[in-house]
Design a protein around this ligand. Structure first.
Ligand code: PSU
Ligand code: MN
Length: 305
């Protein structure tokens, strides 16, 4: 066990007994949504995973420890103090650990910590990717690089529509990461089920995905799997409605010189405001749906002969 890890007893036991565990990130709590919806969503997601017979493990950094499995109080602290909590990607972990800091972990950092703990499935809302205008800004989320390194399957509603989805898929192809449509051939665009882009492969159901996971890692192929799971139809915001709003938010970010780790939270907050909360409602529902699918995959993976 890595000396920097601090794993909740319930999670340790489940991992030891090969019972299904689903990892969850904390940046979405601290920086992806506002209070109190962020706390409510974090608790709802953990409950969905428990109701499926799995153990949830929300991941963050506390006093320099890589914490796997947070208490209710710890989740609530992250939710209430959003803006003042550090957003930690993989590159930030050594500093936070060495100096005994606290922070919320992105998809990249959560994948790394989950892999260290031996957790193979992780549910998020949407992974980071290649930002629009990346040819000039070079803004490509570390989530993509991590996908090539950590052996974790990440259930995600495609990638956020604030990104350049075509370039995101290209980058994942270069990195050798399977992008698997879950019950669809279409690569979903977070708020919308349709992006006009295709996934290079498709599976139908948790057993097929579990077999893909085993095949990949048993062959010694390192790295993650993108499980592209579309938002349920009743909650989607059609692309023609959300696209102009996104374009406006991206232009505002550029005009206001928002950079680095602040870009994604800025865009999410602008969208929530511009859609009078509709993007937030969609975000909440797709996260819950991803948690449900991740739990089913975790069970199928634990039950592989
Ligand atoms: N998905 C959401 N909301 C979020 C994020 C994902 O629905 O807030 C976060 C994730 O933690 C992801 C991060 O890893 O945004 C990407 O940030 P960046 O683009 O700076 O890598
Ligand atoms: Mn970035």
């Amino acid at each position: 066990m890595n000396q920097f890890l601090s794993i909740a007893p319930e999670v340790v036991e489940a991992i030891r007994e090969n019972r299904p565990v689903v990892a969850l990130e904390s940046t979405i709590i601290a920086h992806g949504m506002a209070f109190p919806q962020n706390a409510e969503t974090a608790f709802a997601v953990e409950k969905i995973i428990r109701d499926e017979g799995c153990v949830p493990a929300t991941i963050a950094v506390r006093a320099g420890k890589l914490k796997v499995g947070l208490s209710k109080t710890e989740i609530e602290t992250l939710a209430r103090n959003g803006a003042s909590i550090a957003k930690l990607s993989t590159r930030d972990l050594p500093h936070a650990v060495a100096l005994g800091r606290d922070g919320a972990t992105t998809v990249a950092a959560t994948m790394r910590i989950a892999a260290l703990a031996g957790i193979r499935i992780f549910a998020t809302g949407g992974i980071g990717g290649v930002h629009r205008g990346a040819a000039e800004t070079f803004d490509i989320s570390a989530d993509l690089g991590e996908m090539a390194l950590s052996d974790v399957a990440v259930v995600t509603a495609g990638a956020k529509a604030i990104l350049d989805l075509a370039l995101t898929i290209e980058k994942l192809e270069t990195l050798g990461v399977p992008v698997v449509g879950y019950g669809t051939q279409e690569f979903p665009a977070f708020y919308s089920r349709i992006s006009g882009l295709k996934c290079p492969m498709r599976v139908d159901g948790p057993e097929e995905l579990a077999r893909l996971m085993r095949a990949k890692w048993a062959m010694g192929l390192k790295g993650g799997i993108v499980v592209a799971n579309p938002i349920p139809a009743q909650y989607e915001i059609p692309a023609y409605e959300i696209t102009p709003i996104i374009e406006k938010a991206v232009a505002e970010a550029r005009d206001e010189k928002v950079e680095g780790r602040d870009v994604t939270p800025f865009l999410l907050a602008r969208l929530a405001r511009a859609t009078a909360g509709r993007s937030l409602a969609a975000n909440i529902e797709l996260v819950k749906n991803n948690a449900l699918v991740a739990a089913r995959i975790a069970k199928a993976h634990a039950e592989l002969p």
